[in-house]
Design a binder for this molecule. Sequence first.
Ligand SMILES: [Zn+2]
Ligand SMILES: [Zn+2]
Length: 374
Amino acid sequence: MSHNPPSIPHNSLKCEGCGAFVAFEAGTHQLKCPYCGNTQAIDANKDNSRTFKFEDYTATQKSVSRLMIDCHKCGSTVTLPDAVTSDNCPFCASPLVVNMGKHILTQQPDYVIPFVVNSDEAQKKFRHWASKIWFAPSDLIHRINQITTHQLQGVYIPYWCYNTHSASAYGGNRGDYYYVQETHTKVVNGETVTETRSVRHTRWTPVSGFVQLYFENLLVSASPSLPQKTSEILEPWDLTLLVGFDDRYVAGFRSETFRINAKEAFAIAQQRTENAIHNAVVDDIGGDEQDIDNIETKFHATEIRYLLLPVWLSSYQYNGKLYQLVINACTGEVTGGRPYSATKITLFVLFIIAILVVAFVLIQQNQQHASYGY
Ligand SMILES: [Zn+2]
Ligand SMILES: [Zn+2]
């Protein structure tokens, strides 16, 4: 199968009114000029039902040339908004040398969820989150409250999304309980007493079988820049908001390109099916206990889509350690690494000890009063 020629990035990213660079306006389907306020509608394809066969996927997808910058510290590869001339890496906060960007041929995403949460709302979400975290150093809370909307970085993160059928053959043993009346004799006060009680036993039978499941929208982050755990906390994503990829939704935002390819990510997706398959096997075996010897799973009719999903990021260093604050820019879900205040934790522990000591003394006094009254 032949490769499609690289497509030319959208040429309508300049304001029709004043010629300045325009940016996508979060929560809408339009571009807005930050200078004269002129707006232009984005007529994107809202049909997001099309999926692609996994087997011949990369061969059929379109390549695009993008100006991208590698971060030498954390290895992320991001595109920058048109007007940006100096920037910090959204993932590790180290300075990026913008004029060292280079054009890289990469695969065009199939779909995108355009930003819903804008930078003002993101700033409020971070502040609210900071006001609720326990044992945070006071200067950290102060610092989060000082984050300006300009310091928040809107980034589209690459994800692979799979639909797949699993077929699993298994072997093992099924355990069924049965009860036996057992009689015992024992000596109580010099007399022999006979007791009957019901004792549980398990009858094991060898079993084998076959279960089939269907998995829809298994999402795997294609970027190691956000730890897998962080990506999982950001879930769920409302995939009904996906629209056909269009460069204009990225105008004014950063986007990262995948660094985990479709094949590697499918191995991660398969791991995420293991629990469901295990539970299906347990159900299929039935009985009171199940002992599974082996499960052999094959996946077939796998479909794939390459997505860009929006997050707001604020990465910062604290005492030489890197922390990332992340918002799902679709649902507003906030997550993040944060330092703990040793002083606050120590004070809290001392406070608990003090309460315990007071409680202990009071109980002692009460008991003494009680014994005097005797
Ligand atoms: Zn304008
Ligand atoms: Zn970096």
